[in-house]
Design a binder for this molecule. Sequence first.
Ligand SMILES: Cc1ncc(COP(=O)(O)O)c(C=O)c1O
Length: 362
Amino acid sequence: MQNNGSRTFDNNYTTKVIAEATLRENIIDAIGKTPLVRLTIGGHDTSVYGKLELLNPFGMKDRVAKRAILEARRTGVLRPDAPIIESSSGTMALGVALVGTYLGHEVHIVTDPRMDAITKAKLEALGCHLHIVERMTSHGWQSARLERLAQLMEQYPGAFWPRQYENPDNPLAYVELANELLADLEHIDVLVGPVGSGGSLCGTARELRKYLPNLRVVAVDAVGSAIFGQPDRPTRLQSGLGNSLIPPNVDPSVIDEVHWLSDEEAFAATLQLARHEKIFAGNSSGSAYVVARWYAHTAPAGTKIVALFPDRGDRYVETIYSAEYRRQKGVQALRLPDTPTEVSYGTPVESWTYAHLPRNAE
Ligand SMILES: Cc1ncc(COP(=O)(O)O)c(C=O)c1O
């Protein structure tokens, strides 16, 4: 047994033979069944697991695109020759491009100038049409994109819009993820996940609660996001999580607690996730990681915590992972406190803070 800092590793380890088929009939079938990895953090017999949604063909939203598009085809809402149009700057765009173009649909993605070169290259390589809005409107980039999307829907009658912010197939796509977690772990005490449309955390939590009624559900958001009653700040640097609008797929009734991290804290968290756990991921995974880590240090012995890690780090090489970018944005100090501050829901926040959702407030 070799001891490498906090890690122990058996030198006589041989790859486990897992008697489970890995062959998939097509790329759509390669979506889901992502690895669940025990992290090195924990203590007092507490265990923390990362659900590596970033190991889907493109990312977590492959699941949503699969469910929404297959359902729309099954019910006839999407005809085999009709185009698909969606607004996204990242993972949802990739999922829709993957599933939509694979099934022979024309795919239009509406996005904004914040889209990184790697995502753009992937979308173009898959053969989708990109529409990039030039300026923010009343509710930031989000409303500008939705306005352009409405124009495209007029231009392409019969087009299907997956509507990730309100389509019930978004949260329903995570029933499978919940079942994967239940198959891997007999019990889960705490589920931590970033929130953008709300689909992944709320969909997973709703399904898990059927079997684990005492599950604690912890949302992770960005300072400057409007989802949980904060003033909107569209200039925030974090992507994936956060929103300038409140999406209908956010179901506060299944969420117990919300944490907000500043850009600087989220960047520091993402770098720590790579450094300590060897998981090269985006900022939403980084934020979920440090919230899960804090829980692990404060929870009673035996607590099992799962954190959702939505996307890989490759699209952030010019931002989060660039020292020059961090310096330009004034976040090079990478300050991240060990402990968040508790506030009452509705208090405006600037750095790592958490609040209980109103129905749970004392
Ligand atoms: C990288 C990343 N993390 C987190 C989220 C939030 O997930 P959800 O939309 O399911 O709330 C998204 C959503 O697009 C994302 O792209």
